[in-house]
Write a protein that binds this ligand. Structure first.
Ligand code: GTP
Length: 713
């Protein structure tokens, strides 16, 4: 279609080629098929851009993300709105009106001016981080139900009047009504991106992330540097969780290390580690050389633009070959200084504590080149690197302060969590009263509860008071809850549309979710498990199963976790946590429909989940196996399509039962029959020893020799 007349009530004109879905999104309008003569007046040249649903949403999102001032997008919208009153090319009808007399013209002009005044008086709609559907309706002068309809038809979001939508969605709704919207003022301290005054900046310690292949000695190296024994006692021998520690070097100078785990399951966490760090120490075992995760770590550092210092570890081991490691590294653009390149490299043994001073010196040298500075005299902001729930303290989050100084009594928000600093502990567990830039501290005083513990990587920002911190966190929480509900709704919708499709007879390769609720001891583990699970999928010829996380959080499994799992038909993964008595009782009450699965090693959780997904992939159809038939011949019968001529081998076959087509052990199809005939008569049932012709709903890919299984109850 081509839009040839004003499309929005506010009067903006659109003249562009759009698809039908966009046509549905607009106000009443005049349309013509491309190439046909338009009915009604000819369109004026386009003063404004045509917006597809996607661009409208993108604009809304961009607006939501943009800083409040100055906003070219907003200016553009204002400019566009003004075009409503801009002089237009005269239409033939308007020209005729001109000759009807000056009086008419004057009256029209006055009308236009009145209208102009009215339009300009409509204030922009103020949108906060989220808004209730009903409230949005009130802001726009529409009923809640109308907003629900607009959300569904024009924005593609399903929400009821009692639900909340995020700012981008609300803005898309406003745009659908041609209304301008602005960000509601929020008196929350957010990290400002403006340049700091040079005079206020002071040198800060480098933040270093240790990366490398599994078992190359990352934990041991960090351990040797800080002279403690973290590596011992880790479940499964893999570092699980992320910690940050500061060490003193060269007298008063400090280096802050972020300890990141090496297994690929922690890819995302590690990627974020690189983003908060100034220098990456790449650990490569001298006896093993560059491996898959070494390469991955190099890529990670490169993407984040972080310089790499190489630690060739395990120099004490027989067979250590640092020369080989160095040669291998060169093919990844890490050319050691000794060989004329720019990469600093130290040969070390974490086990014997050898070469550590050289490594630290090279880290400091690299840091000096970066001239790292921050303003310690402003309100604090930083990144949460780890969060857990501790008895008597509630949520405790290891936070790396990046700018400003965090003090006891400061209010703050991080993600959906907020609090007021009650206590700060340094990496050795000693209480401190404040933490400046590049310092890792454990923050106590989170008030939003264990359910809303901050996720690793969440930005923590100080707020002027408790009310502001709470307001921001609550708004984010409302959005997160709504997004979770939307995901559940989308899953239900998908299931429904699959059902409709299958009833219609056309059964595509079915995609089925395997739902999990994830509970873990700390945010890092939740994050790592969630990202690993999301990459899990298994498929066969008939269907595909993908893991979907319905809820995740820190702490023991509670009754409400089991309840969430039961409504969404999920299993609960408890990683390094237990389940409280009420949860276990609830699990028992649901008698096996929800399983709480306990793990303390990531690999085990992944393997187990994959197995469970395989079971979801190929469940036996409902009912008992009551009969089997062998496909002997195939017939092409015009309208009926391909019919399988079968001999019933055992039991019986009933038309309304559930069927499975097997090629040996391979499940080819599961579904219902379309026709069942004995000779030329439609029948309901065929018994063992008889022949029959059958066809399936939406499936014809059977072959001679396939076994048809019939399940009936
Ligand atoms: N001989 C020798 N063994 C070492 C050295 N460094 C680490 N190891 C051993 O190598 C194994 C793995 O060390 P970790 O420090 O756990 O390795 P990691 O890279 O942190 O491993 P993940 O956390 O699983 O990724 C342990 O058995 C260590 O004792 C070293 O310098 N020399």
């Amino acid at each position: 279609f081509q839009v040839v007349a004003p499309v929005c009530r506010v009067g903006t004109r659109v003249s562009a080629t759009v698809d039908e879905s966009v046509v549905l999104l607009t106000e009443p309008m005049l349309l013509k098929r491309k190439g046909e003569e338009a009915e009604g007046p000819k369109a004026a040249p386009p003063p404004s851009k045509a917006k597809t649903k996607a661009t409208a949403k993108a604009t809304a999102t961009a607006t939501a993300a943009a800083p409040r001032a100055p906003s070219p997008a907003r200016d553009e919208r204002r400019r566009t709105r003004k075009t409503y009153d801009a002089p237009r090319r005269r239409e033939p009808a308007a020209r005729a009106q001109q000759f009807r007399g000056a009086k008419g013209s004057l009256k029209k002009k006055r009308n236009r001016e009145e209208k102009k005044a009215t339009v300009e008086e409509v204030p922009p709609v103020k949108i906060g981080a989220s808004v209730g559907v009903q409230e949005l309706g009130e802001k726009l002068g529409k009923s809640g139900t109308e907003i629900v309809k607009t959300l569904m038809l024009k924005v593609g979001v399903l929400a009821s009047v009692t639900e909340r939508v995020d700012a981008a969605t609300a803005k898309a709704v406003c745009e659908a009504y041609g209304r301008e919207c602005v960000d509601e003022e929020e008196d929350v301290a957010v990290v400002e991106e403006e340049e700091e005054d040079e005079a206020s900046l002071a040198s800060r310690a480098p933040v270093v992330t240790i990366m490398g292949h599994v078992d190359h000695g990352k934990t041991s190296l960090l351990d040797a540097i800080r002279n403690t024994r973290v590596a011992e006692g880790e479940a499964g021998g893999i570092t699980q969780g992320i910690g940050a520690y500061s060490v003193e070097v060269e007298g008063s100078k400090r280096v802050t290390f972020i300890d990141t785990p090496g297994h690929a399951a922690f890819r995302d966490m590690r990627a974020r580690g690189a983003n908060v760090t100034d220098v990456v120490v790449l650990v490569v075992a001298a006896d093993d050389g560059v491996k898959e995760q070494t390469v991955d770590s190099i890529a990670c550092a490169k993407t984040a633009g972080v310089p790499v210092v190489v630690a060739v570890n395990k120099m004490d081991v027989d067979g250590a070959d640092p020369g080989k490691v160095e040669a291998e590294l060169m093919s990844y653009d890490l050319v050691p200084e000794e060989l004329g390149g720019e990469t600093m490299l130290a040969r070390v043994s974490a086990k014997e504590g050898a070469g550590l001073d050289d490594l630290l010196e090279k880290i400091m040298l690299q840091a000096e080149l970066l001239e790292l500075k921050a303003n310690p005299h402003r309100e604090a902001s930083g990144v949460v690197v780890e969060a857990s729930v501790e008895k008597g303290l509630g949520v405790v989050a290891t936070t790396l302060v990046q700018r400003g100084t965090l003090r006891i009594g400061d209010c703050f928000a991080a993600g959906t969590a907020w609090g007021k600093v009650r206590a700060l502990f340094d990496d050795k567990g000693a209480p401190v009263t404040e933490a400046g830039p590049s310092t890792a501290v454990r923050v106590v005083g989170w008030q939003s509860g264990a359910d809303r513990a901050p996720a690793a990587g969440e930005l923590l920002a100080a707020a002027p008071d408790e009310q502001t911190a709470r307001k921001l966190a609550d708004a984010r929480h409302a959005i997160a809850s709504e997004q979770r509900a939307a995901r559940l709704r989308a899953a239900t919708q998908r299931q429904f549309s699959r059902f409709v499709t299958s009833v219609g007879g056309d059964v595509p390769k079915e995609e089925r979710p395997y739902y999990v609720v994830v509970k873990a001891d700390c945010a890092g583990s939740v994050e790592a498990l969630a990202s690993s699970f999301q990459n899990l999928d298994v498929e066969d010829d008939v269907s595909k199963v993908k893991a979907e996380i319905v809820f995740s959080g820190v702490g023991d499994v509670t009754k409400s976790d089991v309840a969430v799992a039961s409504v969404s038909d999920a299993d609960v993964v408890a990683f390094n946590v237990g389940a409280n008595a009420a949860a276990i009782e609830e699990e028992r009450r649901l008698s096996g429909s929800v399983g709480i699965l306990y793990y303390d090693v990531v690999y085990a959780a992944l393997d187990d989940l994959e197995l469970k997904m395989r079971r979801v992939l190929s469940p036996t159809p409902d009912g008992d196996l009551v009969g089997t038939a062998i496909v002997k011949q195939l017939f092409d019968i015009g309208k009926l399509g391909k019919v399988a001529g079968c001999g019933v081998e055992s039991g019986y076959i009933r038309r309304g039962a559930n069927f499975r087509v097997m090629d040996g052990d391979r499940i080819k199809h599961q579904g219902k029959l379309r026709t069942l005939r004995n000779v030329k008569t439609d029948v309901d049932r065929v018994d063992a020893g008889q022949d029959c012709g059958l066809s399936f709903q939406g499936y014809e890919d059977y072959a001679v020799g396939d076994l048809i299984e019939c399940y009936d109850s």
